[in-house]
Structures are given as structure tokens and as C-alpha cells.
Design a protein around this ligand. Structure first.
Ligand code: SF4
Length: 327
């Protein structure tokens, strides 16, 4: 059965009506964009408001545009408490209807006694039930409270696994419940503990060890390639929840002190074509850390994260590699 997501159309429609909104912008992450036209026409019918769909890429709740609309409805993510949006935003997490328990059962034989349980916005409504299920099987379950970038305990973002770090000393392994490798990579690079990925859509379970090793090899290669560079651009994002100006200015100074020609350059959306126009030899991204990691193959020049730039300049040892988390 195909996984379905709850767009909470009645709640969205009543919010639009109650607030008297006449123009509404809808934002969808890439995986849900195909559902956008249907959602827009249902909301238009229910409310009479003008519904506009954002056609721009949207990768997270860090990316809320300054919309010319009475309300932005952002589907697929929960709010990031540490990011204060300038306009009125309604977050709809798009709960999945996938049943996570078959995947949990499959994971049981491979888990240690003490387990850190983690998931994403789509499955957080099952978090307490999943913890109870694992406890009923005799496991000690920890649900870590992360920092203020996370909306709920046990939640993980592609740029923040502080909920894993919070309990890492108390668990033998982590169980991440969710689809795809994106979030699991953040956990695997944040902790050295075993990370199992249980996919509620397919009930498949896999160990993230290979992913972790592959990522670390890739990051080591990127740093080594950047050692040939003479000029390095520092990427500063204009997106509200990805803008790390202090880190960008610090990186710029650190690299200049290490003898590189540097330029601090601001982008909204980073693409290989935009970077290539500058003719620089390498880049350090202080925007979404996943740009450097997940889009590795798309960029002709090496793109490093902020802690990787510290390794490049000798301020940090490779053995002290850390995932670039945004707090
Ligand atoms: S910074 Fe990147 S990983 Fe973090 S929420 Fe935004 S898009 Fe996701």
C-alpha cells in the first residue's frame, strides 16, 4: 500500500477562513510537490482564497520566503523554534500513515539493551507508542531532548541530531525510524554508536555503518582535494534558517590567515553553475551543511563544511571530525 500523508486540509482551511486570509502561499518539499496542485484546488474550493504554490525548491523549515501573502502554509516540516519567521506561517508536518511496528519488530533482534529512539516530523505522532512497544520487549528506551532547533524530543533534522547526542552516553545503539538516508546520515556522523534505520514504508531495516564509512571517505577526499586550492569562496546563505554570518566571517578570516585568497559570497539557492561563475578553486559552505555532503558529486570543485575548513587549516585534527550541526 502506498504511503499517504495527512495535509490537514480542514485545519488549514479553517485557519485561512478564521484569519480572513485572501492570498495564501503553499510551500512543499520536493517529495510532496506532486500533491501540491490537488491540495491547492481543495483549499481554494473550501476557502475562496487565492492559493499560490511556491515553485521554488524547499528543503526544510529553515527556508521560509518573505512571501507577499497573508499566510504561508509550509507542508512537510515542523517549525524550527530558534528561527523566527517574519511573516505568518502555518506548519503542517504531513503525518505519514505508514505503520512503523513491522519495521520495529524487524529491528528488535539487532538492537542493544539500551536504545535511543529517533524519528522525523512525519512519524513523531508514533514516538510514544514506539517507545512503549520497545519497552514492552524489555529494552531501555531513551528519547533525547535536543536543542532549540528541534521542535520535539526524539526529532532529528538533516542538520541537527542534538537529540541523539543528548543520550549517546546512555545507549548501546540508536534506532532511527524514517524513510531514506538523509536524516540517518546526520545521526551516524554525530555519534559513533550503532545506528539502525527502520523504514516504516517498506519495513526494511539496515545498519548505517556503511553509510557512515562512505561519507567519511568522501569527506576526507574533499578535504584532500581542497588542499590544492589557492582561492576559496565562503558561502553565506540568505535563507533565514541557514544564515550563519558569524561562522562565515570566522571562516573567511581563518582561511585568509592560512594564506588562501578568499571571498565571502552570499547566495539564496546554491547551484554548481552559480559557484563555477566565480572561478574559485574550492568552497566552504556555512549554509545548509548537507549541501557539501549530499551534493558532493554535483559540484566540480570541493565544497567543505565549516568544521572541515578547520581541518584544512590545521585548527582541527581529522580524528576530531565533527558533523556540521546548526544549533
Ligand atoms: S539547514 Fe538543511 S538540513 Fe537543516 S533544516 Fe534546512 S534544509 Fe534541512
Amino acid at each position: 500500500m502506498q504511503e499517504e500523508f495527512d495535509f490537514e486540509l480542514d485545519r488549514v482551511a479553517s485557519t485561512i477562513r478564521d484569519r480572513g486570509c485572501r492570498k495564501v502561499l503553499l510551500q512543499f518539499p520536493e517529495g510532496l510537490k506532486r500533491r501540491a496542485p490537488g491540495v491547492a484546488s481543495a483549499l481554494s474550493e473550501k476557502t475562496g482564497a487565492t492559493i499560490i504554490i511556491s515553485g521554488e525548491p524547499c528543503f526544510g523549515a529553515c527556508d521560509i520566503p518573505d512571501a507577499d501573502a497573508d499566510l504561508t502554509v509550509h507542508f512537510g516540516h515542523l517549525p524550527i523554534p530558534s528561527v523566527k519567521t517574519r511573516n505568518s506561517v502555518l506548519f503542517i508536518q504531513a503525518r505519514s500513515d505508514a505503520d512503523p511496528y513491522p519495521a520495529l519488530k524487524n529491528a528488535l533482534p539487532r538492537l542493544g539493551n539500551a536504545v535511543g529512539l529517533l524519528t522525523t516530523a512525519q512519524h513523531l505522532h508514533h514516538l510514544n507508542g514506539m517507545a512503549e512497544f520497545l519497552r514492552s520487549k524489555g529494552l531501555r528506551v531513551q528519547v533525547g531532548q535536543g536543542d532549540s532547533r528541534l521542535y520535539m524530543g526524539g526529532q532529528v533534522l538533516g542538520c541537527n541530531a542534538s537529540s541523539a547526542r543528548a543520550v549517546a552516553d546512555d545507549v548501546d545503539s540508536f534506532l532511527f525510524v524514517g524513510t531514506g538516508d538523509f536524516h540517518a546520515i546526520a545521526i551516524a556522523l554525530t555519534t559513533s554508536k550503532q545506528v539502525l534505520i527502520a523504514d516504516p514504508a517498506t519495513s526494511a531495516v539496515k545498519d548505517a555503518a556503511e553509510l557512515r564509512d562512505g561519507m567519511l571517505r568522501q569527506r576526507h577526499a574533499a578535504i584532500e582535494k581542497a588542499r590544492q586550492a589557492r582561492s576559496i569562496g565562503i558561502i553565506l546563505s540568505t535563507k533565514l534558517g541557514q544564515r550563519r554570518e558569524k561562522a562565515a566571517i570566522y571562516s573567511n578570516r581563518m582561511l585568509a590567515d592560512a594564506g588562501y585568497e578568499t571571498a565571502l559570497i552570499e547566495f539564496e539557492l546554491v547551484t554548481p553553475q552559480k559557484l563555477e561563475s566565480f572561478g574559485l578553486d574550492a568552497w566552504v559552505s556555512t549554509a545548509c551543511p548537507r549541501l557539501a555532503i549530499d551534493d558532493f558529486a554535483a559540484f566540480p570543485k570541493p565544497v567543505l563544511t565549516f568544521p572541515e575548513a578547520e581541518i584544512l587549516t590545521g585548527k582541527r585534527a581529522w580524528n576530531d571530525y565533527v558533523f556540521d550541526e546548526i544549533p
